[in-house]
Design a protein around this ligand. Sequence first.
Ligand code: RAM
Length: 342
Amino acid sequence: MKLQNRRLSTLAAVTLVASLALTACGSDDEGGSGGSGGGDGTTVTFIPKNLGNPYFDTSNAGGEKAVDEFGGSYEEVGPAEGSPDGQVTYINTATQQGRNALVISANDPDALCDAIGEARDADIKVVTYDADTNPDCRDLFINQADSAGIAKVQVDMIAEQIGDKGEIAFLSAAANATNQNEWIKLMEEEIAANHPDIEVVDTVYGDDDDQTSFDRTAALLQSHPDLKGIISPTTVGIAAAARYLSTSDAKGKVALTGLGTPNQMREYVTDGTVTEFALWNPADLGYLAAYAAKALVDGDIEGEGDTFEAGDLGEYTVGPDNSVLLGEPFRFNADNIDEFDF
Ligand code: RAM
């Protein structure tokens, strides 16, 4: 299993880099964290949806590791809340500073495009990762896993957990998040095509904010007394929903699955609130995005069919819509969760 071996082999390094990054930056604050590296001189700015989200702490630690490997200079900046306006400010600043490349998880498919256009006019390469903009705005998208596969694994898990029957709801991130909206659309199609006895009764938005997601979970259970399951395709949402369910009467009665990080979900798998959830390796996603940014800056890749080397992950090829695919989603459950530390 290539993915699992890769996860395990990068584990120690990622943990170390993540803890160094956290020591260096106080990740809850609006603003950013300092640079690193030197040597090759390629300057790369990571702009996550928001700061203080462990998913992005892990993915960006992977990015920093890659930038260090090729001797460039890394920085992470971004808004405290997952909003497009907050991201625009940081894109504009990076453009004024003349950074070589930006790596962005977009809070909206359109709203960042003007600012990204100005960056590209200034010869800055723009890579999206995790959540894409419209493809014509940016140079490259690093896709964590095939969207249809991400949708299917979540539908398969909820179907297994509720006996393929009953009411379910989605607890999503921001209403404009491209990645969650794409996955939800594909999950609805998969349910309509292959799960006639599952009914989607609601979609609510927790904005990738812990408290909002927690409150939306409580409201969902109140509005839908027959709810059998929740799919939360966001690491912030699933962790908040699990925390709510773990002390409520619905624990063990309403199934919860979706996309989560093992470290945030471990206690809820151990206490029986959650049976199984999925994700890819966020550290590898950031690592791949950084190497792709460098390949663009160096002129090694321009479009579909071009190949580049991504350090320990090996060779990747640019696919349709100028996107690069990381790998497959992976299921976490009580049998394997203790093998992972991110
Ligand atoms: C949250 C963010 C991110 C998404 C993961 C699964 O951390 O919404 O964009 O990819 O969940």
